[in-house]
Design a protein around this ligand. Structure first.
Ligand SMILES: [Zn+2]
Length: 106
């Protein structure tokens, strides 16, 4: 059976994604930075961290945003990404702020 054009196209895009991922640079705080941030994948233009998060955890729900625990918006290391709400801060964000206040007060 011949593979459909659609599946060939998807395969090509997967290869492109692989190239993207292997071009990332690991920084000393464990961030993975890609020289290019936008990628066309499955009929959509994605911001790389969003694409990787979606592939790993499923679609990012409305009214939530992707937050980088490392504070580097270019980072696409999955361990550094979590979801927060658009309104206000997530519990984790609050906790992090409190923690940094605490350390500053020492
Ligand atoms: Zn990071």
């Amino acid at each position: 059976m011949n593979p459909s054009i659609e599946s060939l196209r998807n395969k090509k895009q997967d290869q492109k994604l692989e190239e993207f991922l292997s071009s990332r640079i690991l920084t000393e705080n464990g961030c993975l930075i890609s020289p290019k941030q936008r990628i066309y994948y499955r009929k959509k233009v994605w911001f790389l961290p969003h694409l990787l998060y979606s592939l790993e955890h499923g679609e990012i729900p409305r009214y939530t945003r992707l937050i980088h625990s490392c504070k580097n918006p270019l980072c696409s290391a999955l361990e550094h990404l979590y979801l927060g709400t658009k309104k206000g801060e997530s519990e984790l964000e609050k906790a992090e702020k409190e923690l940094s206040k605490f350390y500053k007060s020492l």
